[in-house]
Design a protein around this ligand. Structure first.
Ligand SMILES: [Zn+2]
Length: 85
């Protein structure tokens, strides 16, 4: 990660720390292709002690309780058990 990315991540985290969990979940779903935003949201939610699951195929972290229970990836639209390794 370069200096600009690190700065953007810190600024984004600072902005997101004031939002509630539901708003963060909505933002996370709206910007699937924005790695800075995704990482900022992940780090804020992790700091709050939220359980999460990481997709073995694409690496996306999800905080959705249904995804965790079903071991499902919303980015791949596949269950982890059905993925080819
Ligand atoms: Zn995935």
């Amino acid at each position: 990660m370069n200096d600009i990315s690190a700065f953007m991540l810190a600024e984004t985290k600072r902005a997101y720390e004031g939002l509630d969990d539901e708003s963060l979940a909505i933002l996370k779903a709206h910007f699937p292709n924005d790695p800075i935003r995704q990482r900022a949201i992940d780090e804020v939610l992790q700091a709050r002690g939220h359980p999460s699951i990481v997709c073995p195929q694409c690496g996306m972290r999800s905080y959705n309780p249904h995804d965790i229970a079903e071991r499902y990836c919303g980015a791949c639209h596949e269950f982890h058990s059905e993925m080819r390794r």
